[in-house]
Design a protein around this ligand. Structure first.
Ligand code: DSN
Length: 416
């Protein structure tokens, strides 16, 4: 990208963006919710579309001058419908948390009972964390993963649903490495008369590319962020059955949000077009292959993975047997240019700020073109780093090796 105006008007900011370019180019990005969006998406997000207010929806806006904005928003809607086979799509949510809040606001009353996955078992703060809006405004009953298998305990989901008769069941995760049994969730929701809601923020790209099963045909409401495996701009969309369309649209605007960010919606439209391209299927297939390979290379090095592997792009490792905490591992890996995040493991005895685990994934490295051979090197570097967190000399050697490899794999929008 060209930052010539920032360079002349705001040298301090320019310098920091340049450093961030270097960090992104020279390091390995393993945070499973991050990715590199295309230059076309970045151009849309940085375009003159940021100048426009457009409260309302295509054909029914509150301000004038919407003839081009309506075209853009309709393109995003139609492409998302085609990509996911959805009946109705709202492309206006600013991001994942506002999207989830809008869904609750649309379809629940405050105090209603809802079921969601516990945070330390892989759920999200919007899935009922007691100190978050979701946990305060609604009566969340939380299900978890099975202690032995590390997989969602569907018998527990069924038992809790029968007992608590929730108005909504939320299926989805932010730190869970396995595929989800959507059909079973839907059967349980139907049996107790609950609305089924899927949060596929992490796996939307894999779903769109056909390498994971989609909840869209079964579920009442499905939401996703657009910037993770879907590789679009930072934002979200809500998909739903036609009967919920009006309520969802009203909850997004005017219920929760004001003017939609049409520059981001243009970026979403471009990302959906990219995801409809056959090459996107190859990309997500490789994301999955890379994650499985990285998981097996880590297990060879005695890393204990929650659920003993992955079906997706995401890996969760318990570092207890490695004698480092998630926080220490994250800091040491940052030093060598490998970025991931410390993460709680199910029933973690440690705090979320210094938990027992780390969470990593392959969407970003796969966008750069890395494959199985690079996954082996990455596993080796993670192992050497975590086993030698105080050996500054070794860490700087690893940093050089990481940089040398990274410079062979371009990042969209960054010139070497
Ligand atoms: N922060 C996102 C993630 O990293 O998964 C979820 O909101």
């Amino acid at each position: 990208m060209n930052y010539e105006h920032i360079k002349s008007q705001d040298p301090d900011l320019f310098e920091t963006i340049t450093k961030e370019e270097e960090r992104q180019m020279e390091g390995i990005e393993l945070i499973p919710s991050e990715n590199y969006t295309s230059e076309a998406v970045m151009e849309a997000c940085g375009s003159i579309l940021t100048n426009k207010y457009s409260e309302g929806y295509p054909g029914k806006r509150y301000y004038g001058g919407q003839e081009n904005i309506d075209v853009i928003e309709n393109l995003a809607i139609e492409r998302a419908k085609k990509l996911f086979g959805a009946e109705h799509v709202n492309v206006q949510p600013y991001s994942g948390s506002p999207a989830n809040t809008a869904i609750y606001f649309a379809l629940l009353e405050f105090g209603d009972t809802v079921m969601g996955l516990k945070l330390d078992h892989g759920g999200h703060i919007t899935h009922g964390l007691p100190i978050a809006f979701s946990g305060k405004a609604y009566n969340f009953v939380q299900y978890g993963v099975n202690k032995e298998t590390g997989k969602i305990d569907m018998d527990e989901v069924y038992k809790l649903a029968k007992e608590h008769k929730p108005k909504m069941i939320v299926a989805g995760f932010t730190a869970y490495p396995r595929d989800i049994d959507w059909k079973r969730f839907k059967e349980i929701a139907d049996e107790v008369g609950a609305i089924s809601m899927a949060d596929i923020s992490h796996t939307a790209g894999l779903v769109a590319g056909g390498v994971l099963e989609s909840p869209v045909p079964y579920f009442d409401v499905v939401m996703t962020t657009t910037h993770k495996t879907l590789r679009g701009p930072r934002g979200a969309i809500i998909m739903c059955k036609e009967k919920y369309a009006k309520a969802i649209d009203r909850a997004v605007f005017p219920g929760l949000q004001g003017g939609p960010h049409e520059h981001t919606i243009a970026g979403k439209a471009i990302a959906f077009k990219e995801a409809l391209n056959p090459s996107f299927k190859e990309y997500v297939a490789q994301v999955k292959v890379n994650a499985a390979h990285l998981a097996s290379e880590l297990m060879k090095r005695d890393f204990k993975l929650i659920s003993d592997g992955t079906d997706t792009h995401l890996i969760l490792a318990d570092l207890t047997n490695k004698n480092v905490t998630g926080k220490i591992a994250q800091i040491a890996l940052d030093e060598v240019g490998i970025t991931l995040n410390k993460n709680t493991i199910p029933d973690d005895p440690r705090s979320p700020f210094d938990p027992s685990g780390i969470r990593l994934g392959t969407p970003a490295v796969t966008t750069r073109g890395m494959k199985e051979a690079e996954m082996e090197k990455i596993a080796e570097w993670i192992d050497r780093t975590i086993s030698n967190v105080e050996d500054e000399k070794l860490l700087s050697e690893i940093k050089e090796e990481v940089k040398e490899m990274c410079l062979k794999f371009p990042v969209p929008g960054i010139k070497i």
